[in-house]
Design a protein around this ligand. Structure first.
Ligand code: UD1
Length: 375
């Protein structure tokens, strides 16, 4: 039986991965610092599988992490500070946890006598920056990062869309394949890119197979509904549960690729079990673009409440306009196929949220962004 270490395993994706691995008879150790922003109750969440061995520790603590590494065979490295907007003003925090924490792990792999046979790192679609787009006249191109002015309120759709640099026509998003040039647009995205690159480099140097999984926008039960720095689905649900309108940046027609957490867990296990995954980078998404306004509308409908989303027509600095995954590589090499449709997934999420604690701290998080001129 293989022993698996998950750094950050008490988090949203990690907790589901624990269940998936335990169902397959793996022995799982979670190493997590229970960051109060994610775990305000500062204890191991009740949802963590009771077969998990739990170590409370920080990836920046070399000795504690080393002890955990030495007793395991494979590692999922999920520990990270997660929040695109927040990373733009808590720079040293994000660099410290995400880059120095990863460096610590890699130092252990390079210097200690261990038996790690595979390292799987949670990378992010955010490292692509803007996803590729197609101009009907001039073809496909990778747009430059947007430099929109904060505080401007512009309702014209054409203001928000990406224009072809040659002919000026509005272009349309196309899927981002793994070969797409990375062009990180936030400190968070940069740290995720560095995590991926440093893990891959050290893995290749020491012959430890590394797999990088570029997660797109993962959603599902157990997302923190009280953490206003988390992903958009959880923030919107928290707003709706508290009878507040979801607040939408830009015109709401920016798109993302929403992938069900159970599908992500299957992708993780395929990456663990298949040698074809070794030293490869894979997109993990559903492969379909969905607008943020559409997400708000579906969630409001599912909640049965009479709420109208508030569209701000304001730009949150660091956000990209469109990005969705080309998932042909993970389908071809690992046989991955997303199984849950967006409507089914969101409806399961809303069902779960009725019983979950949701304190809406969105307004104070928004104020922090406004004070820093980030929105
Ligand atoms: C998200 C995750 C990131 C992960 C990436 C890929 C967060 C904070 N970000 O980045 O960790 O690596 O997916 O999985 O979890 N929006 C609103 N209103 C809100 C919140 C967001 O309109 O209240 C908009 C944003 O402006 C953006 C879109 O929703 O256009 C998505 O934002 P967000 O959920 O923060 O995700 P990503 O930046 O895509």
């Amino acid at each position: 039986m293989k022993k698996i270490l998950i750094t950050g395993g008490a988090g949203f994706i990690g907790s589901h991965l624990c269940d998936g691995l335990i169902t397959k008879d793996y022995k799982v150790t979670v190493f997590d610092n229970l960051d109060p922003q994610v775990h305000p109750e500062r204890k191991m969440p009740d949802c963590i599988n009771n077969k998990v061995k739990f170590i409370k520790g920080d990836v920046r603590d070399y000795d504690a992490l080393k002890d955990a590494v030495l007793t395991n065979d494979c590692i999922f490295h999920f520990a990270a500070a997660v929040g695109v907007g927040q990373s733009q003003y808590k720079i040293s925090k994000y660099v410290d946890i995400n880059i120095n924490g990863t460096a610590n792990l890699l130092d252990i792999l390079a210097n200690a006598r261990h038996k790690i046979k595979k390292l799987i790192v949670a990378a992010s679609m955010s490292s692509y920056g803007e996803g590729p787009v197609r101009c009907d006249k001039c073809g496909i191109f990778k747009p430059e990062l947007r430099r929109l002015k904060e505080g401007r309120v512009l309702r014209r759709h054409s203001y928000w869309e990406i224009k072809c640099p040659r002919c000026g026509k509005i272009s349309f998003p196309v899927p981002a394949g793994e070969e797409t040039v990375l062009d990180a647009n936030s400190i968070y995205a940069i740290t995720k890119k560095v995590q991926e690159e440093t893990c891959m480099l050290i893995g290749k140097t020491y012959g430890i197979p590394v797999v990088s999984l570029r997660f797109f926008n993962v959603y599902g039960p157990r997302q923190s509904l009280s953490n206003p720095y988390t992903g958009v689905t959880a923030i919107f649900i928290s707003r709706i549960k508290n009878n507040n309108p979801p607040v939408i940046f830009e015109d709401g027609l920016q798109t993302r690729d929403f992938v069900w957490v159970g599908d992500v867990v299957r992708a993780c296990i395929l990456a663990l079990e298949s040698e074809k995954a070794d030293y490869e980078i894979f997109n993990v998404g559903a492969g379909k673009p969905v607008s943020i306004l559409e997400i708000a509308r579906i969630l409001i409908k599912l909640s049965g409440k009479n709420i109208i989303p508030s569209i701000t027509y304001k730009f949150r600095k660091g956000d990209v306009r469109h990005c969705f995954a080309d998932i042909r590589k993970i389908k071809r090499l690992l046989g991955f196929k997303p199984e849950i449709s967006l409507t089914d997934g969101l409806s399961k999420l809303v069902d779960w949220s009725t019983e979950a604690d949701a304190r809406d701290h969105f307004d104070s998080a928004l104020k922090e962004l406004q004070d820093k001129s980030l929105v």
